[in-house]
Design a protein around this ligand. Structure first.
Ligand code: ATR
Length: 281
């Protein structure tokens, strides 16, 4: 009898570096849970090789890729079609290879919102929100946050001009303002402070605005780790109501990518629990 060989649909995450990525574990757990047959690889690709690597993955039958730092912006120009939300974010984190086309999407914003609103039960309607940082991560989340109709959204950044550029892009959609860390107004309490700087990844805790954290303030770090991040340590020390790392956003953005690729929405709760054991309240 001939042995049957199954060729599994191929997916992966492309980044530089990428060894630290938890995406393979998350997608394997999703596949197991939903009974989907697929394989998911780690693909370390330097910026100068991005185009060749993406096209090669496509030509050899790859079905989809997650794209992470530093490629999220550069990969846009390889896409034949970019979703509205990826266009607004100016960044792509999910590629699908369908009918010879490369389709780009961005699931980061919806991932954050699902974590904040569904998993953590925050009400953002009428909330005062402060985002620290004005890079690619911030661009991905401002649109979805404004969809929740907060009372105000302030973006504080070390380099004022970058925060102002984002305000210019989104200013017609709500009360969005920009400032530097040392000029964050604290006359009204912030309901939510989101750290979207990459400072913590480098082990740094820049001069975040201390007075912005009040007893009712919920603090969320887009970064995550098995040990508390510098921002989450800082937020707890300032007396935040709760200080949470971005494990939930990570799992939720992955679930949305999985749904785009496979048409099946995994149950994120058990995966989040498994990934972030001891890291969430
Ligand atoms: P990402 O895609 O992770 O957002 P990015 O586009 O390079 O990466 O943006 C990094 C963000 O972290 C920026 O807001 C950056 O501030 P500047 O615009 O002033 O560079 C912020 N950041 C990084 N290291 C920082 C530090 N040590 N102190 C304060 N802000 C920092």
């Amino acid at each position: 009898m001939e042995a049957e060989t199954t060729i599994l649909d191929r997916y992966g995450v492309m980044g530089y570096p990428v060894a630290h990525s938890r995406s393979p574990v998350i997608h394997r757990l999703f596949a197991l849970q939903t009974g989907q047959q697929l394989q998911y690889e780690l693909l370390q690709v330097a910026p100068e090789n991005l185009e060749t690597a993406v096209r090669q993955f496509q030509e050899t039958g790859g079905r989809g890729l997650n794209v992470t730092a530093p490629h999220k912006q550069a990969v846009r120009k390889l896409c034949d079609h970019v979703s509205e939300r990826a266009h607004v974010a100016g960044a792509v984190n999910t590629l699908s290879f369908v009918d010879g086309e490369i389709r780009g999407d961005n699931t980061d914003g919806i991932g954050l919102l699902r974590d904040l609103v569904v998993n953590l039960d925050l009400n953002l309607d009428g909330a005062n929100i402060l985002i620290l940082g004005a890079g690619g991560a911030t661009r991905g989340i401002v649109g979805p946050l404004l969809d929740m109709e907060p009372a105000s959204l302030r973006i504080a950044n070390r380099t004022l001009g970058r925060a102002q550029d984002i305000v210019e892009q989104f200013g017609d959609r709500g009360a969005v303002t920009a400032c530097q860390f040392n000029a964050v107004p604290v006359d009204e309490p912030y309901d939510l402070i989101i750290n979207a700087t990459s400072a913590g990844v480098q082990g740094q805790a820049p001069p975040y605005p201390k007075a912005a954290v009040q007893p009712g303030t919920f603090c969320y770090d887009l970064s995550y780790g098995l040990n508390p991040t510098p921002f989450s340590v800082w937020a707890s020390a300032q007396g935040a109501k709760q200080s949470v790392m971005g494990w939930g956003m990570l799992v939720e953005q992955a679930a949305e990518s999985f749904h785009i690729w496979r048409g099946v929405m995994p149950d994120t709760a058990p995966v989040l629990k498994q990934m972030s054991i001891n890291a969430r309240p």
